[in-house]
Ligand binder design. Structure first.
Ligand code: HEC
Length: 218
């Protein structure tokens, strides 16, 4: 008999403990976006006080966050281009852009070769060579035609790093001997390609011309 009573009491224990929590459940509060008669506009959710800036959202440097001066695209980097900036740009470019634009930026990426509706333009056209840096920032931030935007994937600083690297790609694909600083020698002829690589396949290098380059004199 005693044991049974003890058991019954134990059975009630959870109920009694649950009772302790009712205060927390019943405290006065609003469900999200519920109506309230307390405020004149009947909204329980209040708008932030005018001029409130959330932490990390003070975008004072408008050029850094838009690439624009007034309404036109600017053509300078908002911070100095160092080797680290270019390395970061190459890494991010190869992750986010190369799948479509290819690692050299000629538009022969892997995705367009597998049915993406439009092939991206080459970065090495006269038009995009002349396009200001801020234009590239705008394309990454807002997308272009059927290209989606990358605003949520790529933070602003990385966008600029990518743009610096695109400029390096443009230079590398369009450089002439006049661009080589005096006193420096280009070590070898650039290889000629029979087939460009697609990202999935390596480029096919054309055989060297019949006249091999003479060895450099010692
Ligand atoms: C999913 C494939 C894809 C990816 C990834 C992609 N692009 Fe594009 N991009 C395109 C296509 C396609 C176009 C041409 C769009 C059109 O004409 O409708 C384009 C166009 C462009 C243009 C040229 C705009 C013009 O004026 O012609 C730039 C610059 C560009 N992309 C930069 C980038 C950069 C930088 C990245 C990486 C952050 C990137 N794209 C990632 C597909 C892609």
């Amino acid at each position: 008999m005693f044991n049974l009573r003890k058991l019954a009491l134990l059975g009630l224990l959870p109920l009694a403990l649950a009772g302790c929590r009712q205060d927390m459940h019943d405290q006065p509060r609003f469900k999200p976006l519920a109506q309230s008669d307390f405020y004149a506009d009947l909204r329980s959710a209040r708008t932030p006080v005018e001029g409130t800036v959330a932490r990390g959202q003070l975008h004072e440097d408008t050029y850094f966050y838009s690439g624009k001066i007034g309404s036109s695209a600017g053509d300078f980097m908002p911070f100095p281009v160092t080797e680290d900036v270019l390395a970061r740009g190459r890494e991010r470019f190869n992750i986010y852009c190369a799948p479509c634009h290819s690692r050299v930026g000629d538009g022969n990426g892997f995705i367009p070769s597998r049915g993406f509706p439009r092939k991206p333009p080459s970065y090495h056209s006269e038009r995009l060579r002349r396009a200001p840096l801020g234009y590239f920032f705008d394309v990454i931030t807002n997308g272009f035609g059927i290209m989606p935007d990358y605003a949520s994937q790529i933070p602003p600083r990385d966008r600029w790093c990518i743009i610096a690297y695109i400029r390096a790609l443009q230079l590398s694909q369009g450089a002439t001997m006049a661009d080589v600083p005096s006193g420096q020698k280009v070590p070898s002829e650039a290889p000629q390609f029979e087939e460009p690589g697609s990202g999935a396949t390596l480029p096919v290098v054309a055989p060297k011309s019949a006249n091999p380059q003479p060895e450099e004199p010692k």
